[in-house]
Design a protein around this ligand. Structure first.
Ligand code: NAD
Ligand code: SAH
Length: 414
């Protein structure tokens, strides 16, 4: 194994600390939670193992946990998403940092193993890789529970529960209202657009943008591209989501038809090989391919590599593939999540909500300790605490039901 990533001369990497401080000013919900819980050191003696995209907002969740008394070890959930300057600065704030930008798959797995070797009590997962490794290695006995950040990870933990292999309780942070609505929809909406713009520097107004998958993530991306003047086309397998896209005023087509007309393609399904050979062959010369779903298998990168006559990098995070028909396709960020691998991920204010939900779920797991090994929803009080915290910080007021209205809503006789 290589030595863990510990950059000794911190003065060479001043930007990481600055990035964290910039983000911290815009994370009022997490800040308030730290203030509220830091005296009690609620996580004293608890080893927390984290596998999340390691950039500034994540670093602030990690350092908040350490300030609450936890011994934190952290690695990234994606070989391309660690920001090295942030990782360097974080070594000053938490116990163990095992991650760097552009890891090989082998290094990625070694770093996950390093978290497992810390024998964590609570894990924070994004996609289920850390939980899966703990189970495969039979090293779950120290774990009192975990939290899961994203849709695909929740599906994987549910599959483990169904198999009767799940050995600890997991809170599906992804499924909290304040996560799924704001993070998956509005976070992905802004950050996917941002990453495509900064990666390609292309005009998107007037372009045909094909979005495959009209779930939370796809809807957010569609809304933002539409606002920029793109012609948005949706491909779906779910008839309800397809019709919803139609009612939202968008064109709906099968992928094989959309493949012929798209200028920019974005996958957002969490599925496998949704753009593959038959689609690549009919695409326009110069089409852009990007993925916003979980793994780098939605755009079938292996097939694209196999069929290409030539491949070269033409710009940071843009690879050109020349097909046998001489058309050129441009793949962004190697088919990994474009918004995180080629951008800063979701905006700060969004991650404030997601990570406040993470923190409260971790405190809940630590307090309960003996939950059954199942996948749990985020407790309603946690969801409410996060959203009311956010509304308060923005001075947004909401109405309350009167007693008379509450009663009216429970009666069947009018
Ligand atoms: P979702 O379940 O709400 O939506 C997925 C949609 O894709 C569904 O409507 C489904 O019918 C559709 N779909 C599935 N297979 C398809 C296919 N072959 N062709 C067309 N449509 C298909 O899930 P979500 O919350 O929108 O998440 C989608 C993916 O994005 C997941 O992998 C999730 O982990 C990931 N995610 C990414 C980010 C990010 O930052 N980029 C943020 C949150 C979630
Ligand atoms: N493990 C996969 C899956 C990531 S899915 C991978 O790394 O490729 C995307 C998840 O990343 C979302 O649920 C979202 O909450 C999280 N995310 C988005 N922007 C982020 C950011 N700036 N920092 C940390 N996590 C982020």
């Amino acid at each position: 194994m290589n030595e863990p990533h510990q950059i000794k001369d911190f003065s060479l990497y001043p930007e990481g600390e600055k990035k964290m401080q910039w983000a911290w000013m815009r994370m009022p919900v997490l800040r308030r939670l730290l203030e509220e819980h830091c005296k009690s050191k609620a996580l004293r003696g608890v080893r927390v193992g984290i596998c999340l995209h390691l950039e500034a907002k994540t670093a602030l969740l990690a350092s908040t946990l350490e300030e609450l008394g936890a011994e934190v070890s952290i690695t990234s959930s994606n070989p391309l998403t660690t920001q090295d300057d942030v990782a360097a600065a974080l070594t000053k704030r938490v116990s163990h940092v095992y991650s760097w930008y552009n890891e090989t798959v082998e290094e990625y797995n070694e770093n996950l193993q390093r978290i497992v070797d810390q024998r964590p009590n609570i894990i924070v997962d994004d996609g289920g890789d850390l939980g899966a490794l703990l189970h495969q290695k039979n090293m779950t006995e120290t774990v009192i529970g975990g939290t899961e950040e994203t849709t695909t990870g929740v599906l994987r933990y549910r599959a483990m529960q169904k198999d009767n292999t799940l050995k600890f309780p997991v809170i599906a942070v992804n499924n909290a209202k304040s996560k799924r609505i704001f993070d998956n929809k509005y976070g992905s909406g802004q950050s996917v657009v941002d990453a495509i713009l900064r990666t390609t520097n292309m005009l998107v107004a007037g372009k045909n943008v094909v979005i495959i998958g009209y779930g939370w993530v796809g809807r957010g991306i569609a809304q933002r591209f539409r606002g920029l003047g793109s012609k948005v086309i949706i491909s779906e397998v779910d008839p309800f989501s397809a019709f919803e896209a139609h009612l939202d005023g968008l064109d709906v087509m099968r992928v094989k038809d959309a493949a012929k007309v798209g200028d920019i393609f974005i996958t957002a399904t969490g599925n496998y090989r949704v753009l593959t050979r038959e689609h690549f062959l009919v695409m326009k010369d110069g089409a852009i391919l990007a993925n916003a779903g979980h793994f780098d298998v939605e755009v079938d990168v292996n097939t694209l590599k196999d069929m290409a006559k030539a491949c070269r990098n033409v710009r940071k995070n843009v690879d050109e593939y020349v097909l046998p028909n001489d058309k050129k396709l441009y793949l962004l960020a190697e088919g990994r999540l474009v918004n995180i691998a080629a951008g800063d991920g979701h905006p700060i204010e969004i991650m404030d909500l997601s990570f406040a939900t993470q923190l409260l779920s971790i405190l809940y797991l630590n307090e309960k300790r003996s939950l059954e090994p199942k996948v749990y929803d985020v407790p309603e009080e946690v969801d409410k605490e996060v959203i009311f915290g956010k509304l308060k910080s923005e001075a947004i007021q909401v109405d309350e039901l009167s007693d008379e209205q509450k009663e009216y809503l429970t009666k069947w006789k009018i």
